[in-house]
Design a protein around this ligand. Structure first.
Ligand code: ADP
Ligand code: MG
Length: 700
């Protein structure tokens, strides 16, 4: 269908006067605060579907006519105060193009692309009309600026020809030029849409005028706009162009879990699942079933998917509901595999490594723009945690992350936002995500001795995890047999599935498939995702029973502290972990009430990890300082005792204490080995020094 200009104009006038009169009156009153008429595509389509298609086919010309229609329709009081934009919103799904599917056929067309905002520049003015003055005769000339590079006049237009027209030089009259706010953004494909580890494709876009500053890194958006090109570099006149979008409007995904469509049939299935007595067992079996064992870890991760309830208290305090889990383990215990699996299972899952090459790292950063033509503007770039907003961030090799990330992570995990202040960019980005992290022990593999000491992360960071699971790879005939068989079975099952035929195998293939059935997830990935998304509608409330159970349990454990060990067995952070986990357990059952059973589940899981991490092997006394200070209370106490002894000696005698005298003074109280260890530690930490060989003084 082809439309003449008058027809397009008349169409716009019809649509606008019928449906958008109110908006236009409002703009007349509140200009320039409001200066865009947002027209829903549906209204054009209902008026005339052919016209709607014509507009998406020739957007630039048609929208110019639409703006003309607005000018014609504005009330007389308007008096042409300025430019009003016409922005089409909510393009239909048919007009959505995946970033990687953009081709030359989309050039100059109005399309919608969806994605995750990766980077944004600050809002800056761009020249839209430039005024040039001839240096010889002073004649003025306006030139429209549409592209990214400035267009200059080629000759003077002065009518009397007093200057040598074509050789004229021009001055740009900057203060009289017309500027428009502009902002460049970069979006990338949704990670969940990527197949098999493909890298996400990206595209640049430009926002102009009143819609600048409306999107931030980490936002999930649908951009409606026109696909255009710019030559990559002015100098080499190559025919390869950079594609970008001239963004007309931005639609936001309304609800974080809306991306997952749940039909009535799904809902019935979800309700049925929630009543299954084996719900939790099946959930555990649906998390990376190829990985043998790790049942409690998988149970915790299942609860992490559901999450606790974020709360805003009356005094404005915000308490996070997201559950953070850390896996610290020997190499080759399937940490990475589990993380990768969870990225595909969790709605909005993102995988990143602490060693990540991206400048934004795990959190966010101001980075130099590498896009040609603009000479490195600073952009705000989102890292994994921001991109996983309202989802699950799976961070592998956490112990290898940069210093920048380590410090940013503190803020990110607790307050769930990240602040950036650099190169004139200041921003606070939300990162309301759960963190599932993996790390190796300090020396690559767990050795003997204290666990807390063997984890190579700042203690302050560790204490922000709700749960820390240690995974040791210790040869053990029984467990090894089962693990070996499981891995062999998984591979055999994979072989049969891949080969796709049973020909020439007699009954081998059938036998293998029958024997390895437990390696398939109990719940398919698709329904699991839907189940999790659906469960977010529920905010369970704690019953009296659950309240008492958690209260008694916590107080009982606290009471084991103190004494001669002077240890703090657990802290309020663990108390909050009990609460979050029990909330998640109720939500997983789609229950509006947190019951005693939910409390029991949280206690069981937390005690499982506390025993391994806070525990003093062989005893049942926990010591949270193993994690929060990186050493058990006992070692700290030895250090204190050694220090006191040195101090007293030096105060009395006025000289340093020799090693022999120190050992003698403490004989019978502490073992020699421990004293020497304490001395070594204190020396390393700069608490003592040796004025002579094996003579010590305090550095105070
Ligand atoms: P990590 O990240 O802990 O160093 P990986 O995730 O890279 O370890 O796992 C190494 C390999 O060992 C993977 O191919 C995985 O399938 C296998 N593997 C390790 N532990 C198990 C297990 N418990 N069950 C099944 N496979 C396992
Ligand atoms: Mg790994």
């Amino acid at each position: 269908m082809n439309f003449k200009e008058e027809e397009v104009l008349a169409g716009w006038e019809d649509i606008l006067s019928k449906k958008y009169q109110l908006e236009m009156t409002k703009i007349a009153d509140s200009f320039p605060e409001e200066r865009s008429v947002f027209v829903s595509y549906k209204d054009i389509d209902e008026y005339n579907p052919d016209l709607a298609m014509f507009i998406t086919d020739r957007p630039d010309r048609c929208l110019a006519l639409g703006r003309k229609a607005i000018r014609n329709l504005m009330p007389p009081s308007w008096d042409n105060k300025g430019t009003i934009n016409l922005r089409i919103i909510k393009l239909p799904r048919d007009n959505r193009v995946e970033i990687r599917a953009l081709r030359s056929e989309h050039l100059r067309k109005l399309v919608a692309i969806e994605g995750l905002v990766k980077k944004t520049t600050p809002v800056k003015p761009r020249m839209t009309r430039a005024l040039f003055v001839c240096t010889k005769c002073g004649a003025e000339q306006w030139i429209e600026q549409t592209g990214m590079r400035i267009r200059k006049p080629t000759m003077c237009t002065s009518s009397d020809g007093s200057c040598n027209r074509s050789l004229a030089k021009f001055d740009l009259s900057e203060e009289r030029c017309v500027y428009l706010d502009t902002q460049k953004i970069e979006i990338q494909e949704f990670p969940e849409a990527l197949k098999g580890g493909a890298q996400p494709e990206r595209i640049m876009g430009y926002l102009e005028d009143d819609i600048t500053g409306s999107v931030f890194p980490g936002n999930r958006v649908i951009l409606n706009g026109v696909i255009k090109q710019v030559q990559k570099s002015e100098r080499d006149e190559s025919a390869v162009f950079e594609t970008y979008m001239d963004i007309h409007s931005v639609d936001f995904e309304e609800q974080e879990y809306d991306e997952i469509l749940i039909t009535e049939d799904d809902e019935a299935e979800i309700q049925r699942m929630s009543k299954d007595a084996e719900l939790f067992e099946k959930m555990i079996r649906s998390i990376s079933p190829t990985i043998y064992g790790l049942e409690t870890e998988k149970e915790a991760i299942a609860l992490q998917l559901f999450g606790g309830t974020p709360k805003k208290m009356e005094d404005g305090t915000v308490i996070r509901g997201d559950i953070h889990i850390l896996l610290v383990g020997d190499p080759g215990v399937a940490k990475s595999q589990l993380l990768r699996y969870m990225t595909t299972l969790a709605p909005r899952g993102i995988y990143a490594s602490g060693k990540s090459a991206s400048a934004a790292g795990l959190t966010a950063a101001a980075v130099k723009d590498d896009f040609s033509g603009e000479g490195g503007r600073w952009m705000l770039e989102a890292g994994a945690l921001v991109l996983a907003d309202k989802g699950l961030a799976c961070i592998d090799e956490l112990d290898k992350m940069s210093e920048h990330d380590t410090s940013a992570l503190h803020e990110a995990m607790e307050s769930q936002k990240i602040s950036v202040a650099k190169a004139g960019i200041t921003a606070t980005l939300p990162c309301r995500c759960s963190l599932l992290a993996a790390a190796n022990p300090k020396r690559g593999r767990f050795g003997d001795g204290d666990i807390g000491e063997q984890i190579n992360l700042p203690p302050t960071l560790m204490s922000r995890f709700d749960m820390i699971f240690t995974l040791k790879d210790k040869p053990d005939p029984k467990a090894d047999t089962r693990l070996t068989e499981h891995i062999l079975n998984a591979h055999r099952r994979g072989q049969v599935r891949k080969s796709g035929t049973t020909e020439g195998m007699e009954d081998l293939a059938g036998k293998i498939m029958a024997e390895t059935g437990s390696i398939t997830p109990s719940y398919a990935r698709d329904i699991m995702r839907k189940y999790v998304a659906y469960s977010k509608r529920i905010t369970p409330v704690m019953s009296d029973d659950a309240y008492s159970r958690i209260r008694e349990n916590y107080l009982k454990i606290r009471a084991t502290g103190g004494g001669n060990l002077k240890s703090v067995p657990i802290t309020a952070r663990q108390l909050e972990a009990y609460i979050r986990l029990s909330e998640a357990s109720a939500r997983a059952r789609l229950s509006r009430i947190v019951t005693k059973e939910d409390a029991e589940r949280s206690i069981r899981i937390i005690h499982y990890y506390l025993d391994k991490v806070f525990g003093n092997e062989g005893t049942t006394v926990w010591d949270s300082d193993r994690v929060s200070t990186g050493m058990p209370a006992a070692v700290r106490n030895v250090m204190q005792l050694v220090k006191d002894t040195i101090r007293e000696y030096v105060a009395e005698k006025g000289v340093g204490i020799s090693k022999g005298e120190l050992l003698g003074a403490l004989a019978g109280q502490i073992q020699e080995k421990e004293i020497l260890l304490a001395l070594k530690k204190m020396d390393a930490e700069g608490e003592i020094y040796a004025p002579a060989f094996d003579v010590y003084k305090l550095l105070e």
